[in-house]
Write a protein that binds this ligand. Structure first.
Ligand SMILES: [Zn+2]
Length: 237
């Protein structure tokens, strides 16, 4: 298996951008971390364990990203991997289709994790989760392999999972897709809470969704890159 070293700097840059977007959207900080599989390898680029330096994650740079193997051992970088790295490693082991994982702690999604009300496909930019968002019924830190496996098993073939009283984990084929999806899941949770305060909520009808679970007329490329590119421009302001 190659190390695919040429892909690593590109992914480090994208993970730094993802981190800055997730901070701005109040999904992470000080806890939470995006990661991406280095294509064709069993290696993962992940935001390092930055807590010791009390670093502002809004200023995350590619040098804050480390490379780890699927045992969670850092093979490149000057920091440890995050404590909850096993959620990432065990999802990559279980899901060959997954190229990126976001773990975050946004308030509106956490509110749903405390209830028996499911997150529903109510917003046209958040129908990728129309197959449902399961809830992992534990709030503990996912700081060992066994706990990582339990989250991966509960996630199964879905695109996202809530961790009860703790946070969310969202997967995607790319870091751009996973980042956009995680932000939109939190925005949709907020919208659903607002709508439930007004009255009964009706989800978007499945017949209006494509096979990719996007609203008809929207492609995955458009969904992902229109938002990622726009948010990256906003960060530069
Ligand atoms: Zn966490």
């Amino acid at each position: 298996m190659s190390n695919n070293t040429e892909a690593i700097p590109v992914l480090k840059e994208k993970i730094a951008t993802s981190t800055r977007i997730l901070v701005r959207e109040r999904l992470i900080g000080p806890f939470g971390h995006p990661s991406a599989r280095i294509p064709g390898t069993d290696l993962v680029a992940v935001l390092g364990h930055t807590h010791d330096d009390v670093k502002d994650l809004a200023e995350t740079e590619p040098s804050d990203v480390v490379v780890m193997d699927l045992e969670g051992e850092v093979v490149e970088g000057s920091m440890d991997a995050p404590g909850e790295r096993f959620m990432h490693t065990e999802i990559y082991r279980a899901r060959p289709d997954v190229g990126a994982v976001i773990h975050a702690h946004p308030m509106h999604c956490i509110a749903f994790s405390m209830t028996d009300v499911p997150l529903a496909p109510v917003w046209h930019l958040c129908t990728l989760f129309a197959d449902g968002v399961p809830v992992h019924k534990s709030a503990v830190q996912i700081d060992n392999t066994e706990r990582g496996r339990a989250v991966a098993a509960a996630l199964a073939d879905r695109k996202g999972i809530l961790l009860k009283g703790h946070g969310l984990t969202v997967v995607g084929s790319t870091i751009e897709e996973a980042t956009v999806s995680a932000v939109n899941l939190e925005r949709s949770a907020r919208l659903q809470i607002m709508a439930q305060g007004i009255g009964s909520v009706e989800a978007i009808d499945r017949s209006e969704l494509t096979d990719e679970l996007l609203t008809d007329g929207l492609t995955l490329e458009e969904y992902t890159h229109t938002q990622w590119d726009y948010w990256a421009v906003e960060l530069a302001r």
